[in-house]
Ligand binder design. Sequence first.
Ligand code: AQP
Length: 335
Amino acid sequence: MARVFSGIQPSGELHIGNYLGAVQNWVKLQHQHDCLFCVVDLHAVTQPYDTATLAQRTTDMAIGLFASGIDPARAVVFVQSHVPEHAELYWLLNTVTPLGELERQTQFKDKAQRQESVPAGLLNYPVLQAADVLLYEATLVPVGEDQLQHLELMREIARRWNTRFANGFSFPEPQALLSTAKRVLGLDGQAKMSKSLGNTIALFDAPETIWEKLKPAATDPARVTRKDPGNPEICNIFTIHQGFSPPATLTLVAHNCRTAGWGCLDCKRVLADNMIAALTPIRERAERLQAEPRRVADLLRAGAAKARALARRTMTQVRRRMGFLEAADQGGGAV
Ligand code: AQP
């Protein structure tokens, strides 16, 4: 079985963009591959964040994954900072990563624009991603199109490390498992739906909150009055419908939009009903897990132990190939 690695930042509430673009696919992948899913808290601190809420957000993100259907008996679910080897490999990979490649990354340029003072961690974010994946010798990385550039850099980093240090052990070059899900825009219809932008419908939102958020959400901007026909192809609400409504409903929605048979609110009411039907069981599972913080902590501890066993083996090989003096307590001879 191929090994899959993917991560999600605890940078805010898990939302329907994350769910449709990533988590739903992870639930399927756990039945086909050897999967590791990680709450990447070390990545989340590259942007301004609140120290008082990071820990709870990390737990909530893990709860969101379990509640969405990630089964800890099938996939390894853990918190990135609980496996310190991520930070160690990150540092070592920095030594073979070209600065120019980091500066060229589109996501860095976008995020740097939003910050007054740009931390080096933001620049080096893709190196940490490379460490996340290479640490487990994962060969498949489920990503959206926006991450393809980071994945190309990840392969470049693996190649450079292999060229310089490989000797009986080398990193596999990971491949993208491109998600077919469309990118969901925020409720304002402008930027990507993002935890940190507050333009989201959260996975745990109550039914009335979902409806309150959907009512004013942006639709086809050319549809000004109730009588104007709309174009579902450019309507974010239709994109969300595609994630939650069955094919027959999609045909009906598209027809009524194009002929102005329905107003946008009619279309949103149908969407709200389907979203609420899909998300209610997830929210209820999450509420049960929230009431059992010990159980969640135990699941994460077990996940970190499994991940760490793999990570330690890789780091022993990496340290040896890079010529470090073995420390007596690192179990260097145990591989
Ligand atoms: N709007 C979206 N539509 C489709 N997929 C999305 N993903 C995120 N937003 C959308 C996918 O969710 C996974 C987890 O992403 P992440 O937590 O690593 O960071 P992100 O992509 O930057 O997600 P956010 O919500 O936008 O977080 P912030 O605000 O912290 O930057 C990824 O697979 C991503 O493609």
